[in-house]
Design a protein around this ligand. Sequence first.
Ligand code: NDP
Length: 338
Amino acid sequence: MDLFKPMGDLGEEPQEKKSEIKETEHVKCLIIGSGPAGYTAAIYSARANMDPVLYQGMEPGGQLTITTDVENFPGYPEGVSGPAMMEDLKKQAERFGTDIRWGVATAVNFDKYPLEVTIDEKKLIVADTVIIATGASAKYLGLEAEKKYAGSGVSACATCDGFFYKGKDVAVVGGGDTACEEALYLAGLARKVYMIVRKPYLRASKIMQHRVMNTPNIEILFEHNTKDLYGDGVVEGAILIKKKGTPEEEEVDLKIDGFFLAIGHQPNSDIFQEYIETDDIGYIKTVPGTTRTNVEGVFACGDVQDRVYRQAVTAAGTGAMAAIEAERFWAEKFAQTK
Ligand code: NDP
């Protein structure tokens, strides 16, 4: 399979939609996304004189801004809060001259070169290199009730919304590290926290399992699935199915005030899918051992291309790789001509 798409002619005029595009700007390196991957790519690109422009996207600072303590990022022996770490990364990227901007990439055209990215549907960035660091977003179960009670008892962020459940009973869906982290955070506020886990075991790391199991007000409901939520305007309870598909299957009515999702994430790759190869879930495919995508000049780093590790430190690592590869690509292509 030919992994690389042919590039358009250099110097080709961008074909922006004149009616909507109000402004066009040419940049050497465009970074989309502001999590650990995006900011690390920015630090490296700025130090390599790539004059990076970084658009922060829908969730400035990325997923770590809605987490509590980060205890596993090297260099912070006492741990650090997610938002504080992201602020540090942002300052470090700014220190070397990264142009950090508000704005969301709303469309791309990677059929031509230079590469085209539309920001907020009105500004066209024409870029020599693009680093995609758009991360991933929380997944939902797909129940109608999740939409019905969004903001009225259903949440995917305990740190953001936990405060509203002081002294109340809540449930967290999921058995991974995120679910344990959310449950532990909520246990400090709520009266009781149920973990709704579909398997007979937790997938989380041993240390997190140990913590939830030793927290008196957390109860783990193994082999339970959520069928529905109910309540008059706000969540008042969940209907669960215990031991689904077995002879002991039974329906359980769980009285709760809050329902928190922690069942993993979906990569934010929608706008790229017409041009960039992704896997069945939507994670961007990169050439093994690199951050190169199937489009020349486009690199992907962080959670949008990582379905395995998904750690802040691995995101930062791939951010550095993307910046180095983008700089080498640019140097080979333009060093003689610009
Ligand atoms: P994971 O993919 O690790 O876990 C998702 C959990 O949700 C699993 O228990 C899974 O069940 C369950 N789940 C998925 N879909 C459904 C569904 N439809 N219905 C019910 N349950 C469902 O995601 P996490 O977000 O927890 O973690 C992602 C990565 O981030 C991991 O590598 C993790 O280690 C890391 N992480 C590390 C932290 C730390 O070290 N402090 C904190 C948070 C995350 P099943 O097991 O049955 O598939």
